[in-house]
Design a protein around this ligand. Structure first.
Ligand code: K1U
Ligand code: ZN
Length: 173
């Protein structure tokens, strides 16, 4: 397992739509391991492949936050939302590609997602609470969308400028 560097916004790769994964190969299994390692190390509750510059339709997540609770690492390949609830929920979202910036985003409170697992089988599951927020945030990454795209333009610009400054400082180090 290798920890990979996480792209920081603004980066053109974070704006692109990803390509479906064609088959579950050893490379895909290795990528899943690296993504989980990178997510847990960050630390984060989710990570999408384009955040580590891999333009494939694949995400990992584990929203078990309580210490002592059993972790639930999930790998979702070619995921798609097949149903969403009318009810909305608001969560103060963050993003590993936009460090230290948080903003309230409204999304469907419950979603049903279908994906291909590492076992090669099709899985279908309903997510609610933080799991629902997280899976929608990660699927957005696969479609080149960031949580700041839901914000008013002024707030989005402010965050983008902060990230440009951060990247300049990181390049100087
Ligand atoms: O996709 C990402 O950038 C990961 C992101 C996922 C996410 C967070 C909040 C709402 C929706 C999606 C993160 O994991 S940010 C870090 C974070 O939320 C966290 C980190 C440690 C413990 C608990 C939460
Ligand atoms: Zn994110």
């Amino acid at each position: 397992m290798t920890k990979r560097p996480i792209l920081i916004h603004p980066d053109p790769r974070l704006k692109k739509v990803t390509a479906p994964v064609a088959e579950i190969s050893d490379d895909v299994r290795r990528l899943a391991d690296d993504m989980l390692e990178t997510m847990y190390d960050a630390p984060g509750i989710g990570l999408a492949a384009p955040q580590i510059a891999v333009m494939s339709r694949m995400l990992v997540m584990d929203c078990v936050k309580e210490e002592g609770e059993t972790p639930r690492p999930m790998v979702l390949i070619n995921p798609s939302v097949i149903w969403c609830a009318q009810e909305r929920s608001v969560y103060d979202e963050g993003c590993l590609s936009i460090p230290d910036q948080y903003a309230e985003v409204e999304r469907p409170a419950e979603v049903e997602v279908e994906w291909l697992g590492l076992d090669g089988k099709t899985h279908r599951e309903k997510f609610d609470g933080l799991w629902a927020t997280c899976v929608q945030h990660e699927i957005d990454h696969l479609d080149g969308k960031l949580f700041i795209d839901y914000l008013k333009p002024l707030k989005r610009q402010m965050i983008t400028r902060k990230m440009q400054k951060l990247k300049r400082e990181m390049a100087r180090e």
